[in-house]
Design a protein around this ligand. Structure first.
Ligand code: HEM
Length: 269
């Protein structure tokens, strides 16, 4: 069978192509050209020392299947929600104290009522968590109904399942942190539900509580899981997920038929 022609290398964006400098005074480029070249010069300087441009072009210039539509933005929307959670979470962490004897509740009250824009940032984080959960489910639905879980993307589906569980873990562990009555009792119920799981259930609920009783260590445990363990895992797995998306490309919608190669069409005629 005839081999397909190799795709040409993706173009360098025109903004990064240095224009030929017109000589100004002292044989140097005219100041206007120097300013125009500045972007390309900085990129060249970094690239000469790191060779990053190959990787960046590999990640950004990809063949996109016909029929790609708005449903394909749900993954990026989920990622944006994650980034927003990370940024607002950092600001909340500047004020939060994981102290079960009143300090945690007081620190959240302080952020909400006294810190400049505190209520806004807390609101973004609180509503953003629901937005992320909704988006991750919609994105999973899109990949399922478009058959994007099939060969060769099974591994990306499996990574996605882990991302889904981690996203739910973020919501669950974050809910306890304000340490008010609602947070406390909702988490008691949630941990007990975990405990009813087969085989691993009791161990999981002991692990979450930090012992057999819901106590002082439970809050610091949830705090560490919410702020360190799960965000780190999420960031790493989103990286792996996106690497596979860039490597394998996205799936065409199921109603788009593959075009037949020229030779096959001729053979059939
Ligand atoms: C934190 C959560 C997640 C983020 C940030 C994320 C991000 C992305 C992005 C940006 C894409 C490429 C564009 C697109 O198709 O939307 C993608 C593709 C994909 N994702 Fe996710 N994703 C997440 C969770 C999930 C979940 C829960 C599943 C399924 C269980 C999943 C399965 C897939 C699959 C199979 C593809 C390939 C799509 C295709 O080839 O058309 N992802 N993801």
């Amino acid at each position: 069978m005839a081999r397909r022609p190799k795709l040409p290398a993706p173009p360098v964006p025109s903004a990064l192509q240095a224009p030929v400098p017109r000589p100004g005074e002292n044989g140097k480029a005219a100041p206007a050209d120097q300013a125009k070249n500045a972007g390309a010069t900085v990129v060249d300087w970094v690239d000469e020392r790191t060779s990053l441009s190959g990787g960046v072009r590999w990640a950004l210039f990809r063949k996109v299947p016909k029929g790609t539509n708005w449903f394909y933005t749900l993954g990026s929307a989920t990622m944006f929600a994650f980034l927003s959670q990370a940024v607002t979470g950092v600001f909340l962490a500047m004020y939060y104290r994981p102290d079960p004897s009143g300090g945690a509740y007081e620190s959240i009250r302080h952020v909400t009522n006294e810190v400049f824009l505190g209520q806004f940032v807390r609101g973004m984080h609180k509503w953003g968590s629901s937005v992320m959960v909704i988006l991750v489910f919609l994105h999973m639905g899109r990949t399922f109904f478009f058959g994007a879980y099939k060969y060769p993307r099974e591994l990306n589906w499996v990574i996605g399942v882990v991302l889904l569980i981690l996203t739910m873990t973020m919501s669950f562990t974050g809910y306890l942190l304000p340490f008010d009555q609602r947070a406390y009792w909702a988490t008691v119920v949630g941990v007990n539900i975990n405990g009813t799981g087969p085989l691993l259930g009791p161990y999981l609920s002991d692990f979450l509580r930090g012992g057999s009783e819901f106590g002082a260590t439970t809050l610091s445990r949830f705090y560490a899981i919410h702020m360190l363990l799960v965000p780190g895992l999420l960031a790493a797995l989103i990286g792996a997920h996106l690497y596979l998306v860039a490597k394998l490309g996205t799936t065409a919608p199921p109603w788009i038929r593959a075009e037949k190669p020229e030779e096959l069409r001729e053979a059939e005629a």
